[in-house]
Design a protein around this ligand. Structure first.
Ligand code: G3P
Length: 225
């Protein structure tokens, strides 16, 4: 019933170079997503600084790096997106789910420039972006949960639709807030999750693991003292 499947990829959703490096050093990182809010959070401002920061990220991670346009008109998105795509082969141009954004995704698709359609909150939006040729669509699960809609159900629904229809667009579950979002994304057939480092690291935790390890080490120490 559900999608695709290749093994679900892990992206980190931050512009913080230290956190990107930490996740990359774990050996499980497949890419990075950023947005204007995340760039601002790191104090990255001004076009030159923003472009340099994307290159810095590309130099840390061997994987796709989403760089978001600020323009909301077609011509502006094309000009910005082409500049971003020229920065590095791993840059994916992130485009908002608006009317001109769909036109821009179609244009970039025809030019072989990869896109990530962001701010997806419904299956209808996902279908439209896939039809336009988006490489990724980013449904925001946490922000749906915030307003009492089940974000994970949206991932399940899009996954089913894309499987039935055979869309090649990848479902990139975004606005991940906790490890359950990551687990459910895998269960429901997301191709990618993008997550804060905290939610990725939370996957490590189980009290019985801590208790079991403490016991193993204690028994080893007793036997060898
Ligand atoms: O990158 C877009 C998305 O992941 C944002 O997440 O936590 O601001 O809703 P959040």
């Amino acid at each position: 019933m559900y999608a695709n499947l290749t093994v679900m990829k892990f992206f980190i959703d931050t512009a913080n170079l230290a956190q990107i490096t930490e996740a990359n050093d774990l050996g499980i990182l497949d890419g990075v997503t950023t947005n204007p809010s995340l760039m601002a959070k790191e104090g990255i401002a001004g076009e030159a600084a923003v472009l340099k920061h994307y290159i810095d990220i590309c130099n840390i991670v061997d994987g796709d790096v989403s760089a978001e346009v600020i323009s909301t008109d077609y011509e502006g998105m094309i000009a910005e997106g082409e500049k971003l795509a020229a920065l590095h082969q791993n840059i994916v141009v992130k485009i908002p789910m608006i009317k001109d954004g769909i036109k821009a995704i179609k244009y970039f698709s025809s030019k072989g420039i990869r896109t990530n359609c962001t701010l997806i909150f419904s299956s209808g939006q996902a279908i439209l972006a896939a039809k336009a040729g988006a490489t990724y669509i980013s449904p925001f699960v946490g922000r749906l949960d915030d307003i009492s809609y089940d974000g994970m159900q949206l991932i399940a629904e899009i996954s089913q639709i894309f499987t039935v229809q055979g869309y090649q667009t990848q479902i990139l579950a975004a606005s991940i807030r906790n490890p359950i979002h990551i687990i459910k994304s895998a269960q429901y057939g997301a191709h990618v999750i993008t997550s804060p480092l905290s939610a990725i690291l939370a996957l490590l935790n189980h009290p019985l693991t801590d208790k079991g390890l403490a016991q193993f080490l204690a028994d080893h120490k007793k036997a060898n003292s």
